[in-house]
Each structure stands twice: as C-alpha cells, then as structure tokens.
Ligand binder design. Structure first.
Ligand code: SAH
Length: 254
C-alpha cells in the first residue's frame, strides 16, 4: 500500500492526524526534501527507510515504491502542502495503476492557507472578491497560454501565485497589463508557518523591490488583491440578524 500524504505548509503540527498516523506506520518514506519540514520525520518508526526525492528522478522514486510493494511494505510519499497543487502525483499514480498497486491520498494544509494565516487574511471578502485564482508564472515549466497571468488579473479576483518568486518584475508587468493598478495591495509570504516565516505587505508595483530588499528569492507565495488591505467589504449575510438560514430564523428590524 502506498499513501500519498500532504505534509502541510511547514510547521510539523500542521500535518493532519491521519497523515501523522501514516508516517508512524510507514516502512518506507519518500519525502520532498526541498520543501517538507524534516522535523516531520520524527514521527517515523526507528527502522523506517527514508528517501529524499529532491535528489531523485520519477523513475527512482517509483523504483523505491515498487520495491517496497514487492516486499509487502507500507510506504508514504510525502508531498509539501496538499499534493493536489503542483505535486506531480498523477504521474506516480498512473504507474501504480498500471502495476495494480493500491494507494490512497491523505490531504494536507496547502501553503496558500498557511499564507492566509500568516497575514490573518480572508481571501473571499463580500463585495471585494469571492474567488481565488491559484496560478503560477511560466518558467522552465510552461503554463497553457490561455492561463496567462494578465487574463486572470482582468477579473480583479484574489490571486495566489506559486513558484514565481524569481520573476517578480515580469509578474508585476503582467498583472498590470491585465488591469490591476500598480497600487493594488499585494503581499509576499516566505516560508508560511515555518519558524522563520516572514511576510511583507506591498503593492503590485513594488513586489520585486520588496523581495530584493528582504532577500526573498524562493519558497514564497505572492498574494494579490484588495483583500490584502481588507478593502471596503460588506459584512456577511450568513451572520446577519435579518438573514434566515437553514439553522436560524432571521429577525426583521423593528
Ligand atoms: N503542494 C504545495 C505546493 C508545491 S509547489 C502546496 O500545497 O503548498 C512549491 C511552491 O509552493 C513554492 O515554490 C512556493 O511558491 C510555495 N510554497 C510551498 N510551501 C510554502 C510555504 N510554507 N510558504 C510560502 N510558499 C510556499
């Protein structure tokens, strides 16, 4: 059995209870050492074999997982945040499917949630934005052309941009080309929920200089939109005394 497990954004107590149990029971762990907090390995059994996938190819990872399976061992493939975002899990699952090997998937707290917690943000403020665009700049990995940053920026929704800290000048330029004003609030969150977490509130126009001044070059998320400065939002309907829900009768104002 192979368990794909989300490690959470960094703090070792932000893995789920289910994920922690998978680590405690694993005979083999393959973890993404570039971003997963190594403190999570303290949950493992003393004789558990550990591999850091940062130094491995897909083929090498699969070789470890297939060998473990042949030896009737339980393995954990530990991915940062939640594996569903930029996790490269499908290519592993396809091989396991072909080999008839059973696997399951334990979700994790994605770093975009960790970044919101770092800044006490609500990404979906009424009347400000009700959508979150999770995306990245094209780098060495391409992005489909129809998903170009400017096309998303045109919506003025909240944006969380992964994997793009090294391209902030270009990012600002594309956000502005799409219709965000350079003064639009933005933030850089470095190593959300880690002990050395740092966060900076700036604007779309000052992303690159803010990162340079603070020497942030990787492991960061960029958040863009008026929710960063809390905008001029409207209070929720759900908790409004006059609003009736399935659980509560609204009281009209007298
Ligand atoms: N599956 C992961 C994302 C993996 S892609 C998740 O759900 O979070 C790797 C990128 O995620 C990094 O380049 C960075 O942009 C972002 N990232 C991962 N962990 C982070 C953290 N703790 N703080 C800020 N950004 C992080």
């Amino acid at each position: 059995m192979v368990h794909f497990v989300g490690a959470g954004p960094g703090a070792p107590d932000l893995i789920t209870l289910r994920g922690m149990r998978c680590l405690q029971e694993a005979d083999v762990i393959v973890y993404a050492g570039s971003l997963v907090n190594p403190q999570l390995l303290e949950y493992k059994k003393p004789d558990c074999e550990v591999y850091d996938s940062a130094r491995m190819t897909l083929e090498e990872v699969l070789e470890v997982l297939l060998r473990a399976e042949a030896e009737e061992k339980t393995s954990v493939r530990l991915h940062t945040g939640d594996p569903c975002l930029y996790g490269a899990i499908r290519e592993q699952m396809d091989v396991l499917d072909r080999e008839g090997i059973a696997y399951d998937y334990c979700p994790g707290v994605s770093s975009f949630c960790g970044a919101a917690s770092a800044l006490n943000l609500e990404y979906t403020l009424p009347d400000v934005s009700q959508s979150v665009v999770i995306t990245r700049m094209a780098g060495r990995t391409s992005v489909p052309e129809r998903e170009e940053i400017a096309s998303f920026a045109a919506h003025h929704a909240t944006m969380v941009i992964f994997l793009s800290t090294g391209m902030l000048r270009k990012l600002s330029e594309r956000l502005t080309a799409g219709g965000y004003e350079p003064e639009t609030p933005a933030a850089i969150v470095y190593k959300a929920t880690w002990e050395d977490e740092r966060s900076f509130v700036c604007t779309v126009g000052t992303l690159a200089e803010t990162a340079e001044r603070n020497q942030i070059t990787k492991t960061a998320l960029i958040i863009v939109g008026d929710v960063v400065s809390h905008g001029s939002y409207r209070r929720s309907d759900l908790y409004n005394p006059a609003f009736t829900t399935e659980f509560r009768e609204g009281k009209s104002e007298k």
